[in-house]
Structure formats: structure tokens, C-alpha cells
Design a binder for this molecule. Structure first.
Ligand code: NDP
Length: 446
């Protein structure tokens, strides 16, 4: 078996040189899915995983725009249309200086499995740019978004490819891009998700990823006879996913001890409650300030510069910032300090070595493609509402989100049970794979 996996990875690597994040995502899937393929005649011999790792289409383009000093800036834009076997391409746009082909291909590949797990008809895609919105004025961000969409609009559409937000792309950026798409196409369609409520957005979409992570963690804990109430919870990040993961944790009685950004983390031993979280949201969403400002208002808390929060003892850890932010030594520290459950809000935040620590110690560990699927699931619900030209209430969307997270949890259990332990990595990868593979086989070699 090891040889089959090794040969497969060597072949993929040959075609995707210098793409470490993409290879990392493919390796994690190959290690669990290839043994399943080999045991199942329907998939064996169909080269199905090799077909899945090859994007259906990769678009790369120049984004030229003029900043407030009237200097001409040049960025690079991308859209990876990875797989459309079960529905139109769906996945976010990321604006961050670290964006490159490898990062977006890893995200697009993960998205295939995640979208399949949601039970909704969505294929996998991802895109973005190396543009850094941090420190840019609103008008600069608008000009960038307009220039970006002036090329992207050719490749997307409500039945073809429906982007959403991700790191650096929130409601402001979605608004500017939607406005430009509408102007270019002269159509009002649900071509992007994460829209404002008054112009086609869904209630609960901003909350969905963070809430979904906590609903998933709640299921994992319940399955082990425990709950969230009274548990100490360490969260990384302070963006969209982290904020709503914190909000739902607080609502369910958990004690949130930390939040972070790329400059370091804040530790509030008394717990970040509803009022303190509202301050974090104001700092990050309105003032666009650093997380370290938190201690100006709450001086009993401390700010630890340049570090991640995994050294803080906790029962639950929710990495909600970025890829590879939780390393082997962090995982060992978490386990030693009594952590029993890790639910990923970010995509691929744990390194492969950290994941091995979690699974070797048999602690509850949910990979992002399962636990953070709530965001894209509610994006799918936003698309459904746009097609119906109708809006569901908060309660209706939240109920649907909870059922979807419960179904994803069940799928992970169905495919990931290993004597007395649920291997959620294996469960999520195989459950996500089966639906897409069946559709690809039915549609022939295309
Ligand atoms: P935001 O841009 O709203 O927030 C990102 C947060 O992560 C910020 O606190 C940011 O800090 C921090 N961060 C980003 N890059 C780094 C880095 N290199 N090192 C340390 N901290 C970093 O993004 P989201 O909350 O939307 O996304 C967070 C994660 O969740 C990503 O992995 C994303 O792919 C994933 N995700 C998001 C979904 C969504 O619906 N938004 C859906 C599913 C997954 P700083 O401000 O200093 O950069």
C-alpha cells in the first residue's frame, strides 16, 4: 500500500513542482483515500484520484490599478476551477500577500471534499490575489476589487462558478466586486455569496463558518459523553471565523481564553465574554486595528507578541487563522496540558506532524474540511434563496446549518470508525471522495 501511495504522490509532485501546500493537502487525502480505492472495485483502475488532483481549469491574470498616490500597482489574480462533477465551482477568494498558485490549489482541492460533505450540489474552486488590503483606504480597495472583477467576470456566473469571501475578503470586498460584476453584465444574479442582507445575502452567512465549527465540536464532545459548558477554549485568529466561533462558544457556556492575529495573541484568564467580544469585533471590523489594542480596554488581560496561543492550557482548541499555524510542538503542548478536542475553523491549520500527534494520542480531532464546512453550506443556502428570490429567517437558516453539521459528523463517523475511535480525517476524506467519484464515473472520462 505504501508503495502505491508513494508512486501516486511522486507522479503528482512531478507535475506540481514547488507547490508545497498543494502537495501537503493531496498527501493527506491520498494516505486515507488510496487504501479505500484499492479495496473497492468500482474505483480501482479508474485513475480517479489523479483526475481529481488535476484542476479542470486555472486562470491567472494581471490586476493593474491606481493607488491614492496615483502610483500604478500590479497584482496577480487567480481562479482555480478544480472540480465540477457535483455542481458549479464554489469556493472563496483570498486577498493576502502570501497567495500563490500552491496555496490556492490546496484550498481548491480541499474545497472539493468539503463541498461534497455539505450534501449540497457544489463543485470545488478557489481564487484570490496577492493584494494586501491591510493599510489600504476604502477607495483603494474598491479600485482593486473593480479591476480584479473586470477580468474575473468572464470566468464566473451563477450556474458556472460562484466565489465567496476568505482571508482579506469580507462584506466590503464582496460588495465592491458584486457592484462591478453587475455593471459589466447588466444582470442582478447570485454570482457571489456573502452579499449584504438587503441585496441578496443570507442571514447567518457571516456567522456560519464559526458557528458551524462549534456545532461540529459539540457533536464530537456529545458523542464522547461531554459538552461545551464550562470548558476552557483557546481560539486563534480574530477575523470572521474566529469571531463567530467565539460567539457560539460563549453562547454554549464555554470560556474563551484567547484570540490572536499575525502580531500575537491576547490571553484573558477571566474569559472573553459577550461584551469583550463586541469590542474585538469593533477593533477588527470597524477600526481595522490590531488585536493587541484589546489590553488597552481590558488591562487584566495580557498580549503575547509574536506567538500563537497553543501554550495556554485548555480543553478545546479552535485554530481559526491560517494554514500551518499549529505545529507538532504545539500539538504536543496542547495534549500535555489536557486538551481533549481540536476543531479546525481555518483550512489546514495543523501541520501533518501535528495531526499525527492528535490521532496517535486519540484525541478528538476534526479537519477543517469537515468542521469549517458550515460557511460554504450557508453559501449554498444563499444560492438557493437567490434562485427562489426568497429569504429564509435566521432560525430557518440556523436550523439547516445545524442539520448539515450533524450530517457531516455522521458521515465522518460512518467512514472513519476505527475500533473505539473515530478518525475524522479518514472519515471526511472518504465520505467527501465517494460522492464526487461516483459522479465522475457516471459522467465518463471528461
Ligand atoms: P479573516 O481575514 O477574516 O481573518 C483572518 C485571521 O487570521 C486574522 O485574525 C488574521 O490576522 C489571521 N491571519 C491571517 N494570516 C495569518 C498568518 N499568516 N499568521 C497569523 N495569523 C494570520 O479570514 P477568515 O476568518 O474568513 O478566515 C480564516 C481561516 O478560515 C482561513 O484559513 C480561511 O480559509 C478559513 N475559512 C474561512 C471561511 C469563511 O467563511 N470566511 C470558510 C471556511 C474556512 P491579521 O489580521 O494579522 O492578518
Amino acid at each position: 500500500m505504501d508503495k502505491v501511495i508513494k508512486d501516486f504522490l511522486a507522479e503528482v509532485n512531478k507535475r506540481n513542482q514547488n507547490e508545497p501546500e498543494f502537495m501537503q493537502a493531496v498527501t493527506e487525502v491520498a494516505e486515507t483515500v488510496i487504501p479505500y480505492i484499492v479495496k473497492n472495485d468500482v474505483y480501482y483502475g479508474q485513475n480517479i484520484l489523479m483526475r481529481m488532483v488535476e484542476p479542470e481549469r486555472v486562470v491567472s491574470f494581471r490586476v493593474a490599478w491606481i493607488d491614492d498616490q496615483e502610483e500604478i500597482q500590479v497584482n496577480r489574480g487567480y481562479r482555480i476551477e478544480m472540480n465540477s462533477a457535483i455542481g458549479p465551482y464554489k469556493g472563496g477568494l483570498r486577498f493576502h500577500p502570501s497567495v500563490n498558485l500552491s496555496v490556492l490549489k490546496f484550498l481548491a482541492f480541499e474545497q472539493i471534499f468539503k463541498n461534497s460533505l455539505t450534501t449540497l450540489p457544489m463543485g470545488g474552486g478557489k481564487g484570490g490575489s496577492d493584494f494586501n488590503p491591510k493599510g489600504r483606504t476604502d477607495t483603494e480597495v474598491m479600485r482593486f476589487c473593480q479591476s480584479f472583477m473586470t477580468e474575473l467576470f468572464r470566468h464566473i456566473g451563477p450556474n458556472r462558478d460562484i466565489p465567496a469571501g476568505d482571508i482579506g475578503v469580507g462584506s466590503r470586498e464582496i460588495g465592491y466586486m458584486f457592484g462591478q460584476y453587475k455593471r459589466l453584465k447588466n444582470e442582478f444574479t447570485g454570482v457571489l455569496t456573502g452579499k449584504g442582507i438587503s441585496w441578496g445575502g443570507s442571514l447567518i452567512r457571516p456567522e456560519a463558518t464559526g458557528y458551524g465549527v462549534v456545532y461540529f465540536v459539540q457533536k464530537m464532545m456529545e458523542h464522547n459523553g461531554a459538552g461545551l459548558a464550562g470548558k476552557k477554549v483557546v481560539i486563534s485568529g480574530s477575523g470572521n471565523v474566529a469571531q463567530y466561533a467565539a460567539e457560539k462558544t460563549i453562547q454554549l457556556g464555554g470560556k474563551v481564553l484567547t484570540m490572536s492575529d499575525s502580531s500575537g495573541y491576547i490571553y484573558d484568564a477571566e474569559g472573553i465574554d459577550k461584551e469583550k467580544l463586541a469590542h474585538v469585533m469593533e477593533l477588527k471590523n470597524i477600526k481595522r486595528a490590531r488585536i493587541s489594542f484589546y489590553i488597552e480596554k481590558y488591562p487584566k488581560a495580557k498580549f503575547v507578541a509574536g506567538k500563537t496561543p497553543w501554550e495556554v492550557p485548555c480543553e478545546l482548541a479552535l485554530p481559526c487563522a491560517t494554514q500551518n499555524e499549529l505545529k507538532e510542538k504545539d500539538a504536543a503542548l496542547l495534549i500535555n496540558n489536557g486538551c481533549v478536542c481540536v476543531g479546525e475553523g481555518a483550512n489546514m491549520p495543523s501541520t501533518p506532524e501535528a495531526i499525527h500527534q492528535f490521532t496517535n494520542h486519540k484525541i478528538l480531532y476534526a479537519p477543517g474540511k469537515a468542521s469549517n464546512a458550515g460557511g460554504v453550506a450557508v453559501s449554498g443556502l444563499e444560492m438557493a434563496q437567490n434562485s427562489l428570490r426568497y429569504n429564509w429567517s435566521r432560525e430557518e437558516v440556523d436550523d439547516k446549518l445545524q442539520s448539515i453539521m450533524a450530517e457531516i459528523h455522521q458521515s465522518c463517523m460512518d467512514f472513519g470508525k476505527e475500533d473505539g475511535y473515530v478518525n475524522y480525517v479518514k472519515g471526511a476524506n472518504i465520505a467527501g471522495f465517494v460522492k464526487v467519484a461516483d459522479a465522475m464515473l457516471a459522467q465518463g472520462v471528461v
